[in-house]
Design a protein around this ligand. Structure first.
Ligand code: ZN
Length: 370
């Protein structure tokens, strides 16, 4: 798969006569050319930018070394040579691979290690908190044991937090192909568990293939609200604006995963602004999957300028070969974001997250000092 903003990008912000040169590793250097005297250089380091991530899948965070380790531990052959492990031939290959890697987590300890490694990934990106999406349908060993699966993941997240790694909330996701009854059963189980690690119900999967599913999942999402869960939904990526409308009006979503195709519907954008419903946008993911040819064509900044709450996220960072500083650097370069704009987008990510008030206050305090 191509690696979107790894290449060097050169762009120009006319009003400040400043040139942005993007380097790998998520840093941008601004060269401000004063008319008369020497250059001033200001460095923006997105690794130190206090931020949250609200659209990231645990299934998309296994790196090659972890996959090789787990496969050996379980005595399972790799589906292809190690060097080509994260090279995919289309969407179905990609989805099959998700099932393969999640199927390698067969014990409580293996789940805990995957959760711990996720928090290390957050630390490395300078991410202070994440709502992580987990879709139980991928984790075959835990198919009839959601409680055991949550327990194993929670053990890893708790150990990580004890070691000073960033805190995490869990968004348990339905698969779009599941039935209404299966969805209700998942939420009823979440109601029985009432696990403090679980912050939200989510739904993901290919909307283009499954068609409109808002009506089908409306009861499950209503029930989730009743048991005190937040609600998110993938929409406005493989679906158009209708998918976003369904997420708002049928699923009562507190936040939309992707949502970028709302740009095609002015009235819908007004609804998003009025209701302050944030979008968890994943620029590289959208480009790699061919939704837009490049960041200039991507609507992220037009949505932001129209007043829609947008955050920057990675979706499946290990599989898409990206990280959050790199996503911020790509956007800042393409859109000419200055320090204040970057800070505002990071603030949206923190405010739109389902972190508790203490975590949000701490991150926002750190952000004001960045
Ligand atoms: Zn996603």
């Amino acid at each position: 798969m191509s690696r979107l903003p790894k290449r060097c990008v050169f762009s120009h912000d006319a009003c400040a006569n400043q040139f942005l040169f993007m380097l790998s590793g998520g840093e941008i250097f601004f060269f401000l050319r004063a008319a008369t005297v020497s250059e001033t250089r200001v460095s923006l380091n997105f690794r130190t930018l206090p931020k949250a991530e609200v659209h990231i899948h645990l299934e998309g965070c296994f790196d090659t070394a972890t996959i090789v380790h787990l496969a050996a531990e379980n005595n399972v052959p790799l589906p292809r040579p190690e060097a080509e492990l994260l090279t995919f031939e289309g969407l179905s290959d990609f989805l099959n691979f998700l099932d393969f890697i999640c199927g390698l987590c067969r014990t409580r300890d293996q789940l805990a290690k995957a959760a711990y490694a996720f928090c290390e990934r957050l630390r490395d990106a300078g991410t202070g908190y994440a709502d992580v999406i987990v879709n139980p349908t991928h984790w075959h060993s835990w198919r009839d044991n959601l409680g055991g699966m949550i327990d194993g993941l929670d053990a890893g997240f708790a150990a990580a937090e004890q070691d000073g790694l960033p805190p995490v909330g869990l968004c348990v996701s339905l698969l779009r192909q599941q039935s209404a009854q299966q969805a209700i059963e998942v939420v009823e189980e979440l109601g029985r568990l009432r696990h403090p690690r679980i912050v939200a119900l989510s739904v993901d999967g290919n909307e283009a293939a499954a068609g409109r599913t808002g009506q089908k999942f409306a009861d499950a999402f209503r029930l989730a609200g009743k048991i005190g869960l937040k609600r998110t939904a993938h929409a406005g990526e493989s679906s158009g604006p209708d998918g976003v409308r369904d997420a708002i009006f049928l699923l009562e979503a507190d936040r939309i995963d992707h949502g970028v195709r709302a740009i095609e519907d002015a009235e819908l954008m007004t609804i998003l602004v009025d209701r302050q419903i944030a979008l968890g946008v994943c620029p590289s993911s959208n480009l790699i999957l061919g939704l837009y040819p490049d960041l200039e064509a991507h609507p992220l900044d037009r949505l932001r300028q129209a007043g829609v709450l947008v955050s920057v996220n990675t979706d499946d960072p290990a599989l898409l070969a990206t990280d959050l500083p790199q996503e911020f650097a790509g956007c800042a370069t393409a859109y000419g974001w200055d320090r204040e704009t970057c800070r505002a987008v990071a603030a949206t990510s923190i405010n739109a997250s389902f972190a508790n008030a203490d975590i949000k206050a701490r991150l926002l305090r750190d952000l004001s000092a960045w």
